[in-house]
Design a protein around this ligand. Structure first.
Ligand code: 6PG
Length: 238
């Protein structure tokens, strides 16, 4: 595990882009699972504005680690956000974009997307393998759409599952813990004061960290990198 701390989200975003460019440069094809929520939007905008010409987008295949069960045009859509802040601003071929269809029947889409991953990703350990999975963390310790009241999604034998947001009851499609942990690289991108407590508990293994799904993101190669801004890392130091 690596912990990288940056002054603010903008510097963090540039560091992420530099790391991504380095990872992509060594690959013929690069399969990346994007996270959702708000944090990635700054990252995507930085990638679009400052680094888009430094990446051969023909090599990049975009997937998602989770998606809300909404229309792609919905402001809640992770695909919709990636489209707005990244995809529409770079020369990535449409054929390289593998969105989760949040508008379709959740159970059917979880199965369809699992098949998409099987068909388009290398099979390692009997699971599709991403070159990079980007993750965020919720204040409740969730990651992707694996929430503390649905810990079974961490050990599910399926590639994707249907999850339910604990308070909004919104349905989600999510990669399971096993699929996430099969990734070659995992980057947590975390910014802001509200995440300082949960980041500290998960990384330092204190308090009720065993209740946090993020704690169980432990690929066998230990290739987890936490990209934190100083305020999100502020409880790590003491
Ligand atoms: C989602 C995510 C989720 C997100 C965290 C952090 O679909 O919401 O994948 O796991 O990464 O909730 O979200 P923020 O970046 O908005 O804090």
């Amino acid at each position: 595990m690596k912990i990288l701390i940056y002054k603010n989200i903008d510097v963090l975003a540039e560091a992420f882009c530099e790391n991504l460019i380095e990872l992509v440069s060594g690959s013929e094809q690069f399969n990346i699972a994007l996270s959702g929520g708000n944090t990635p939007n700054v990252i995507f905008q930085t990638l679009s504005d400052k680094y888009s010409r430094k990446i051969n987008w023909n090599k990049i295949n975009l997937f998602w680690g989770d998606e809300r069960c909404v229309l792609p045009e919905d402001k809640e859509s992770n695909y919709g956000s990636a489209r707005k802040y990244l995809i529409d601003n770079v020369d990535i071929p449409e054929k390289n974009i593998f969105r989760i269809k949040g508008e379709d029947n959740p159970d059917e889409e979880a199965e369809r997307y699992s098949q998409i991953l099987i068909r388009n990703l290398p099979d390692v350990n009997g699971l599709p393998k991403f070159d990079l999975t980007i993750l965020g963390i919720g204040e409740d310790g969730h990651t992707a759409s694996i929430f503390p009241d649905q810990m079974h999604l961490l050990s599910s034998k399926r590639i994707c599952e249907v999850a339910v947001h604990p308070s909004t009851k919104q349905k989600r499609i999510t990669l399971t813990g096993k699929t996430i942990n099969n990734s070659e690289n995992i980057f947590f991108l975390v910014s802001g004061k509200t995440k300082a407590r949960v980041v500290s508990k998960v990384i330092k293994m204190t308090g009720n960290y065993l209740n946090y799904p993020s704690y169980y993101i432990k690929p066998s190669n230990d290739a987890v990198t936490w990209f934190l801004d100083e305020i999100a890392a502020s409880e790590l130091k003491n």
